[in-house]
Design a protein around this ligand. Sequence first.
Ligand code: IMP
Ligand code: MG
Length: 185
Amino acid sequence: MEIKSVKEFNDGIKSILINEKQIADEIKKAGKYIDNIYDGRPILLVSILKGSFVFLADLCRAVSVPCEVGFMCAKSYYNGTQSSGIVNITMDLDQNVNNYHIVIVEDIIDTGRTLNDVVKLLKARNPLSLTIVTLLDKPERRVVDFKPDYALFTIPDEFVIGYGLDFGELYRNLPYIAIFDESKL
Ligand code: IMP
Ligand code: MG
């Protein structure tokens, strides 16, 4: 998207929904939740790009047990409102997962389609276990029946930006989560 000035950029930020302190506090708790998965066998934090890169960076530093990180980029295709189950991996993990406890680290679950497909795909690779941790959950928007194991925040049906989340590839660098003001652009 084309934004010509810093003012125009700032005008897209309607209001702060979740501030930096709230994010930091919830990440500490999520780190402890992941610590509890550890049973002596390896944990792999799988970040679904791009939106979750900021969250992963903070979350992995709140985990105090041995863990590895991996990255995946996935796109799903649908006919109508039904998930086709066909997920196109544009970048895959570079490790075998069948000896790992996988923790999927996602930025936001909206319709649930993408993650539903990613979970099917990763389960087929026979990990030791699979846990879904999402920064944000927007349950009102769901079209497939899908629940994360752990959501740091449940939010209303608003388009949000910041802390990794974008509008037209911009705003990922905001340190907080804000509601996007589409009327301003
Ligand atoms: P879904 O759950 O398959 O609909 O896809 C979720 C993906 O859509 C997320 O990983 C985001 O990349 C994107 N997305 C959904 N809602 C928002 C939002 O409010 N702000 C920014 N990106 C969003
Ligand atoms: Mg995403």
